[in-house]
Write a protein that binds this ligand. Sequence first.
Ligand code: FAD
Ligand code: NAP
Length: 480
Amino acid sequence: MKAVIMSPRRLRVAVVGSGPAGFYAAHALLDGGEPAIEVDMIERLPAPFGLVRSGVAPDHQRIKRAAEAFEKIAAHPCYRFLGNVWVGRDVTVEELLSLYDLVVIATGSSSDRRLGIPGEDLAGSHAATSFVGWYNSHPDFRDEHFDLVVERAVIVGMGNVALDVARMLVRPPDELASTDIASHALTALQRSRIQEVVLLGRRGPRQAAFGLRELHMLAEARGVELVVDQDLLAHALSDPRSSDAERLKIQAMLTLSRARHGLGRRRVRLEFLASPVEFCGTEGRLTSVRVERNTLIEGEDGRIAAQGNGQYESFDCGLAFRSIGYRGVPIPGLPFDARTGTIPSLDGRVTDGVGGPVLPRLYVTGWIKRGAIGVIGTNKPDAQATADNMLADLAAHPTADDPHRDHAAVLELLAQRGVAFTTFPDWQAIDAAERSLGTKLSKVREKFGRVSEMLDAADAAGRAQDLGAGAARDASSRSR
Ligand SMILES: Cc1cc2nc3c(=O)[nH]c(=O)nc-3n(C[C@H](O)[C@H](O)[C@H](O)COP(=O)(O)OP(=O)(O)OC[C@H]3O[C@@H](n4cnc5c(N)ncnc54)[C@H](O)[C@@H]3O)c2cc1C
Ligand SMILES: NC(=O)c1ccc[n+]([C@@H]2O[C@H](COP(=O)([O-])OP(=O)(O)OC[C@H]3O[C@@H](n4cnc5c(N)ncnc54)[C@H](OP(=O)(O)O)[C@@H]3O)[C@@H](O)[C@H]2O)c1
């Protein structure tokens, strides 16, 4: 039910984070039949779109077009983007609560999960999170280094991120060259000597976390062979407990691995029932991953779990990625559930600890609410549910008419602090500059991998206008 809000002024909402969850929440608030709401979207990078820009693989350009829908949301007259503003560093949550009627946190899950086994920090062992950020030009990972001049890489985990990473490692670089892949990553991939990528799944084929479409994309990359234990697949296929969806995936593994047998220049090997127990190395460098083989046991709740069976095996490799899930990062001033890596909440309302009381005017949506699960579209109903509760709470408890909640107040605060924030037109200037660079390199775009480069591109566009008008531009005049 949509609440009707009677207010003499526009209600002001801060959406923190500009990924899918943030945009879907903004859309639900702006177009929810409530003409009196203004949304400021506060993003720590100068550029919007979260993992759509810096997570989705470069060869998934069609999926990256989700950003076009977000651009339409940003065109709403009551929407404003404030990029390069890091909540918890440049502005506190407490300050946001004084500047806005409501605050919704949509900061995603930017960190990685660790295995907690010996050798995890050897040179050559990385989090998939870093590799993904590196090939997607995320500024946090611009200076990472990945030695691809090795013959075998091991990836721990069998989710869609693991498949993305495997595909990027084995796909012929010329198939990536025209995408928005970072040029530094393309160069490294062109020099790569990787022949085989081994994916380790701790459970069996029925429990593989990747999707059917992603499996097809991986196996159909030119010159790539898929290797899977045929007996294991046949056994899983005949298991009466297998669901239709599981059977489809197992059948696809069988078909794809048979069809391409012996044809590939590069191999992807799916090793099920294998848990890493140690990353081994010499002189601080990774040389192999030791695994324990598992048997599957069914718990009372029906969940199938992996249990080590005391048999060990080693995979020689010079590179390893743990791809066992993303994890949220705490924001100073907000509660955090370290077990799940999320902000505790009840129906989208932030709570003071798990099961604790609701904290007024603070909400949460997306991966930082649910954990790092689900595709772009999963965040839409999630954001809608949070927004519905925000509107219902506003109707039940109208916020006080506080003069601090003026739309200029946040700009004044940022200007006072010397925060060089970007607006949506600034982002559009960055976007145009990236596309223009890309055209010169015969690719979709060449992303700026450093915050300073993005700000320079925005400044260059602003400066061009200002030079025409004969005026200088300072940080506070970024607000257009
Ligand atoms: C590698 C990878 C590939 C994926 N590929 C696909 C795919 O092909 N198709 C698909 O449908 N789904 C894909 N997904 C899933 C999809 O990206 C997620 O469902 C979605 O991005 C989650 O949205 P979110 O808004 O919660 O988080 P995010 O997209 O992570 O957005 C969070 C935003 O908050 C910002 N932020 C963080 N902290 C702060 C702070 N303190 N202050 C201000 N801003 C902050 C971040 O910079 C970011 O822009 C992929 C996920 C990953 C990890
Ligand atoms: N193309 C796309 O649509 C796309 C692309 C990328 C990501 N995404 C989505 O983004 C979300 C996150 O993806 P993800 O791949 O990071 O996570 P995920 O789907 O949760 O997969 C994590 C994998 O890591 C394994 N794992 C977890 N803990 C482990 C441990 N301690 N030891 C060994 N293995 C462990 C899991 O095995 P168990 O199952 O045994 O726990 C699983 O195979 C998913 O919802 C995914 O669908 C979508």
